[in-house]
Design a protein. Sequence first.
Length: 766
Amino acid sequence: MMDGRTLRLGLIFLSLTLLAVGLVLSVWGNADNAHLIWSAGAAPVVMALGVAIVRDLLAGRMGVDAIALVSMSAALFLGESLAAIVVAVMYAGGNVLEDFAVGRAERNLRMLVDRAPRVAHRMTDGAIETVPIDAVSLGDRLLVRAGEVIPVDGMIASLAASLDESALTGEPIPIDRQRGSVARSGTVNAGEAFEMDVSAVADESTYAGIVRLANAARTTRSPFIRMADRYALVLLPVSLAVAGAAWALSGDPIRGLAVLVVATPCPLILAAPVAFISGISQAARRGILVKGSGPLEALARARTAIFDKTGTLTVGGARIIGIDTAPGQDPDELLGLVASLEQASQHIVATAITAAARQKGLELTTPTDIAEAPGSGLEGTVRGRRVRAGSAELVLRGQHPESWLARSLRRASWRSALSVVVSIDGDVSGVLLLADQLRPESSRTIDRLRAAGITRVIMVSGDRSDAVESIGAALGLDAVLAERLPGEKVDAVTIERSLAPTLMIGDGINDAPALAAADVGIALGARGATASSEAADVVILVERLDRVADAIAIARRTRRIALQSIAVGLALSGIGMAAAAVGWLTPVAGALIQEVIDVAVILNALRALGPGQGLAGGRITEGAVKHLHDGHADQLAVLDRLRQIADDLDEATPKDAVSLIGEANRIANEDILSHERNDERQVYPGMSGFMTTQGLAAMNRAHREIRHLARMLETICKGLTLEDVDRSLIRDAQRVIQSLETIVRLHSAQEDEIYAQAGEALIDAR
């Protein structure tokens, strides 16, 4: 059976061919046969359009195509066969152009579907067999060859793998993954062949979920597009009235026909669908799957944004945010011993500790003689030393904490952090502070949402109020709702939705009801297709919260382009109708002018495919951004050591104080100042095209303050002897060291924000 696109291609080919044949006959003086040929070319288009309109009416719809049917039918009835076939060519050609535009816009979505893997290489008893991915089971060992798409989700079993994740995340640089890391289906093996263990079957893997979402993204019709059809209810009687008035006043029915020909509303027919499909395609390139043009339209109207906390505004899960040690204890040695011990536990805290040690490249050994106290901690022997890690009650066993430990526990309570106290061979040696951390891009995302027109930003969470309120204060949110169950999250969304169009952004299964209740639900689905992804209207496939702001910017730009196309197209059609009504345009001339308007409308609507004006691609590459960020990450250990030195000075002897202050001075000059000088020589000059002169001056001002504090510390150290050390000097040194550590942390965070903005492809909402 012939599909719609083939039929439309056939109609435009037939009408163009018969138009050309008729013109040739007319030039040869055979006008009668020319008119017959033109009528024969217009008739199939009239019949096809008539069938389509009847089908729409039976379905309860009234579209803008009715004016085109009236104009072609009237032209045939009045003997204006040339005008009839020109309108037929215009209408059929407009549909073909729309098919082309929509096809181009859907290309990114179709590529996601077409590249879905279909086979896997399963390893069985040393042999390798190629099987359909539906035959792959949990626990199977697969071989992924160089250049192949990973067929299902799994864990890397080889030492390392290099993965191209651009199809899922948009990141063009391959990512190196180590043994035990997740390998998601749909990514490409950019390095040597590696082995992996299956953790999810084909239908439950990441890419299968993405394919389902991509298919859904092409099926929904936007309320904005349906609104264009409703315009026909006004446009049709107005066009008939103007045509009738032109006929009545002039006495010439041809003049009324010319009005109808010019009134054929292709801008309404073409602009909205082309623009919205283009917007969906542009979003897909940014790692944002929008499930149809309806959600894209709703995104453009949103005024309130509600965020979940854990895993959305924060990274989710426990992370080590600090290591405090007893005087003389090495933090890395402590972490290595604790992480080795925690390998024996499946607790989420144990996982976070071992992950932090592996990220630092620390060597872990197998613990022995393990004894676990559920909910409190565990102990065991590591490298011949007895290590105990857990709650303060478990480790201290009624002993009064030393001053350094009391200070650490106090800090943990201020920061709503979890404390893991550690003893080695019976001596309390350190404490690990763990907490959920804000995503680095959270603050920038909130700022961009407000700039895009979101007037109210709320956070709703099931977490305790102190943790929620501290994050709300840090991000400058309008309201925070703590200790809310999933049903209460739905109530919060319902209340806000009654006041303004509302977004809900979340990532967990417990967020699914709230996502479904919002005008638009946005799920962070980079970790896999979950219930939240299924319930949401928009799925962010990248582990980047700022894509939420991108989605809104794309939606508003798309809607603006659609409105511009419709408004300009109808305005030009209105001018043409007026010209035809006073006799300045013939039906044929009017049809040709309307065709020019159609082409302009489609080309304008296709602008939604692009990122708009702005910093498309950024001023610096994402690889450079990652390198700069990694440099700051390496500096964190140095800053942690400075803080530890400041703490150790509290109870240091004069001899120890001289050593500690000298170490802080070396860190300031050899690590911190060296890093800042490198920024000034190599990084800041390249930022001049992105930042204003005032912005660069502010960053340089921070460098001057860092140098000033480093010089003060160097002055304290010069000629420092045991006789010089008293409590006053130690307090002065502590103040300088603490100030230096604080300002470097703040300055590094500011630079990370700037680098991220310089490296991302910004969407211009104009």
